[in-house]
Design a protein around this ligand. Structure first.
Ligand SMILES: *[C@@H]1O[C@H](CO)[C@@H](O)[C@H](O)[C@H]1NC(C)=O
Ligand SMILES: *[C@@H]1O[C@H](CO)[C@@H](O)[C@H](O)[C@H]1NC(C)=O
Ligand SMILES: *[C@@H]1O[C@H](CO)[C@@H](O)[C@H](O)[C@H]1NC(C)=O
Ligand SMILES: *[C@@H]1O[C@H](CO)[C@@H](O)[C@H](O)[C@H]1NC(C)=O
Length: 794
């Protein structure tokens, strides 16, 4: 008892410094800590947010690290690559330890006494080591001067108030975040064989990526509110910006950087921003020869006749099971076609306007060629000497051809391909947005808010990257170099002067539309092209910001999306110039003035439904997965002369006013009748709101009635929810004629009509059960008869 008393007395006396029974507040010279006591001996920051000490990473492996106390997330490590042993052996009684030597040097030693890490400081015996509330571990000399701090040598994480500087790097495996020679903050894959930048998008110049090369300060900083600002002009705001949130920016194992906020209530991290949206764009992700593929969820796979080098690590890629002998290559080899695949970069040669056979021969007779990518149409031929950064692009109209031995048996290898080559070993470390866009939870990271806020605020840089991706896949063109990409952007998209547009529209004479975001006028450009000019109201953005955002929208190109051709930003005027879509909006044909003029036939209706689904699926899946339209309705579906649907007004949620009074997204976007219930319920908004609105539109296309505002069935007014119930009942009986627009006089395809109503009903259900736009598009395509049966009656 007395001993205990004495002990506690002692410990309370020495509380200020080394106490062995409770966490330390500081370390003085001569003191040390050991892994064996790692759960008792560690430094704690005054407000207890951070701890610093030995962190167990394996049964007998430790690092000296700093972590968030409550969640144990490590934010800094002294010895990330060389762990120390935990326990002393009979040979080595002392074990590993971290000590602050009498000369003021902080040293980490392994069990055999070798120095694993040291601070290399020599500030004398009055040196103190302490952990600050910011998570910064500091060594302070007798003059109260900081002689060393962990903030100067980050590992994979940047904390608020920590400067990211010229010489610092965030590192995860072969992936780095760093300031490049040209002052730009970049992500780099620096592997054993290649070095390759993947963020910001290498397909654009730094200017079009929104970066400035002329500020050589090279410093980036995350503040307490969640703003991350870099001297090259790159700025992001956490989706949950504001004070009082614990955050971090980390380069994750998959090579992406993300900003996280700590949700204390569930003790887990929420992603509030990430650099690369399409994970396949992270270079080196699937290693040499590996192909990154989204088709069945994000996956790496090896081409035929190739096997994974290391079954636990996709970064190591795939190796061929054959060797290329040099004697008579053209006799020994053949090619295996990988549809829509390409390996980015590393072209030995590039040829244009040649035939597939010629391209093939070039590769066949060139020993250093291991594959080629050929794109028909203009006949682009890319001869590859290295296969890196491989992807399958659903929208790429070219194919990659891998050189394989003549004896290659395609049926055999396509069978064996499946089991052995899934992304299993590291799939848990690859995080992908796409399927999460609809709010499916993965691990304990909550993506959903991320999408919501991103959709609302829009993060400029994200869009730059994503649109870069879009552009990359554009059907007509595929930039292979920065120049190509840049040209393509500038060719189609430009800035107009206000005078030019005033002239084009005849002083804004002919109004052709009016919506929440502004009034649209018809105009004719100098080169005689017809345009629709939208005068935005309520835009209070600065010129630069506006410029940046519209430029991004301008890069989107899809046949079912209205193309933006340019913009004007002068003084208070903000105008957008769009391609002119001849036949106006769908509402006019369904229930408006044009209904008598020309009734939409069934075939046209189906085409419009499918086109709209395609456009939305593109926005949600292929392209800007960040773009949730938020205002899908017949007014925003325009028709071409051939009754092809083109969706208007996407991407504009971001341009609207952002002051606090109108920040309420609910009132900013969306139209009553088409808005999913979650808007009203204050629930997080994700892409499923568009799915809901699409469901309403689909019903309106079938019924030819504004069902969103109630409908008359059997001479009684039926409210929308009741109508949906009724539609369900009708579906069950398959008496679909009751629902289809009477004006069609029975000329419709019942199978298609049933499919449409069935899809519509599923879109209007509980959010978690709503299908994705991608699925909807595929379902509709299955019933599409464009090329097929002429037997229909209309
Ligand atoms: C201590 O052990 C490590 C590996 O455990 C070894 O690399 C190092 O050379 C050893 N140092 C000494 C001084 O024996
Ligand atoms: C040491 O410096 C810090 C700020 O740099 C100050 O807050 C603190 O009071 C100083 N301590 C002493 C003992 O001078
Ligand atoms: C360069 O960047 C730093 C940090 O963001 C900023 O403080 C400084 O004003 C910039 N300099 C110029 C010339 O823009
Ligand atoms: C290719 O593989 C399949 C399945 O293993 C086998 O049935 C077939 O005979 C093989 N063909 C050749 C030409 O080797």
């Amino acid at each position: 008892m007395a001993v205990l008393l004495l002990l506690s007395l002692l410990s309370s006396l020495s509380l200020q410094f080394c106490s062995c029974a409770s966490p330390w507040q500081a370390m003085t010279t001569g003191s040390y800590m050991t892994p064996e006591d790692h759960d008792r001996m560690f430094l704690l920051s005054p407000d207890t947010t951070f701890s610093c000490g030995f962190h167990q990473v394996g049964t007998n492996a430790f690092t000296f690290s700093i972590w968030y106390t409550t969640v144990k997330t490590v934010v800094w490590t002294a010895n990330p690559y060389s762990t120390v042993n935990g326990y002393s052996s009979p040979v080595n009684l002392y074990g590993s330890r971290l000590s602050l030597n009498k000369d003021g040097n902080m040293v980490l030693t392994d069990t055999n006494g070798s120095t694993v890490w040291e601070s290399k400081t020599s500030s004398g015996k009055h040196t103190i080591v302490s952990l600050l509330d910011t998570g910064n571990l500091v060594i302070i000399d007798s003059g109260n001067k900081t002689v060393w701090q962990s903030f100067d040598s980050p590992t994979d994480t940047l904390l608020p108030r920590q400067n990211f500087k010229k010489d610092t790097r965030l590192v995860s495996g072969y992936h780095y975040l760093y300031f490049d020679n040209d002052n730009i903050l970049r992500l780099l894959y620096d592997g054993p064989e290649i070095t390759s930048i993947y963020w910001p998008s290498p397909d654009y110049t730094s200017v079009s990526n929104g970066r400035n090369r002329y500020n050589n300060t090279r410093v980036a900083f995350l503040d307490d509110e969640g703003n991350f600002v870099s001297s090259d002009g790159f700025k992001i705001v956490a989706s949950d910006s504001g004070p009082g949130v614990k955050r971090r920016i980390t380069i994750d194992k998959d090579g992406n950087i993300r900003m996280y906020s700590l949700d204390a209530s569930i003790r887990s991290w929420v992603i509030t921003w990430q650099a690369v949206i399409k994970m396949c764009d992270v270079h080196g992700l699937c290693g040499k020869n590996g192909l990154c593929d989204y088709s069945e969820g994000l996956k790496c796979r090896c081409p035929p006749e190739h096997v994974m080098v290391d079954l636990t690590d996709w970064n190591k890629g795939c190796k061929p099971t054959f060797t290329i002998s040099s004697k008579k290559p053209h006799e020994d080899f053949t090619f295996f076609k990988q549809p829509h695949a390409d390996f980015y970069g590393f072209d030995l040669r590039f040829k244009q306007s040649i035939r597939l056979q010629e391209c093939r021969d070039i590769c066949l007779y060139d020993n250093s060629c291991i594959s080629f990518t050929y794109k028909g149409g203009i006949g682009m031929c890319y001869i590859k000497y290295l296969n890196y950064n491989g992807q399958v692009y659903p929208y790429f109209l070219g194919d990659n051809y891998m050189k394989v031995p003549q004896s290659f048996n395609s049926s055999a290898s396509s069978i064996s391909k499946q089991e052995s080559l899934t992304c299993k070993p590291s799939s848990s470390e690859i995080m992908l947005g796409s399927e999460n866009m609809y709010g499916i939870k993965k691990d304990n990271i909550k993506w959903i808010y991320f999408y919501v806020f991103t959709a609302i605020l829009g993060v400029l840089e994200l869009l730059v990257i994503v649109t870069g991706w879009c552009l990359f896949f554009r059907k007509s063109n595929m930039p292979k170099s920065m120049e190509d990409g840049y040209k393509m952007i500038t060719n189609h998209f430009r800035r107009f002067t206000y005078r030019e547009l005033r002239e084009a529209t005849g002083k804004f004479k002919e109004e052709i539309g009016r919506g929440g975001t502004g009034i649209v006028y018809r105009g004719v450009l100098e080169d005689k092209r017809l345009v629709a000019v939208k005068k935005l109201s309520d835009v209070e953005q600065g010129e630069e910001e506006f410029w940046a955002e519209v430029t991004l929208i301008g890069r989107i190109n899809h046949m079912n999306l209205v193309r933006m051709m340019g913009f004007c930003s002068e003084g208070k005027n903000r105008l957008l110039v769009y391609e002119y879509v001849e036949n106006g909006s769908l509402d006019k044909y369904l229930f408006g003035e044009r209904i008598t003029e020309s009734l939409l036939g069934w075939r046209q209706r189906y085409k419009i439904a499918l086109g709209t689904a395609r456009g939305l699926a593109y926005l949600h899946h292929e392209c800007l997965e960040w773009i949730v339209h938020c205002d899908v309705k017949p007014e925003n579906i325009l028709l071409t002369r051939n009754s092809d649907a083109k969706i208007a007004d996407f991407g504009l949620a971001k341009l609207a006013k952002r002051d606090s009074s109108s920040f309420n997204f609910t009132h900013m976007r969306g139209t009553m009748g088409y808005m999913a219930p979650e808007w009203a319920l204050n629930m997080p908004i994700n892409a499923k709101v568009d799915v809901y609105s699409y469901g309403v539109v689909l019903l309106e296309i079938v019924t030819g009635t504004r069902v969103s505002s109630g409908i008359i069935v059997d001479e009684t007014q039926v409210e929308f929810p009741d109508f949906v119930e009724k539609a369900k009942q009708i579906l069950a009986t398959e008496r679909i004629t009751d629902l289809v627009d009477g004006k069609l006089k029975g000329c419709f395809d019942p199978e298609q009509a049933i499919a449409m109503v069935r899809i519509a009903v599923s879109c209007l259900g509980d959010r978690s059960k709503r299908p994705t736009m991608d699925k909807i598009m595929k379902a509709l395509m299955a019933y599409d008869d464009e090329d097929g049966h002429p037997a229909y009656l209309y």
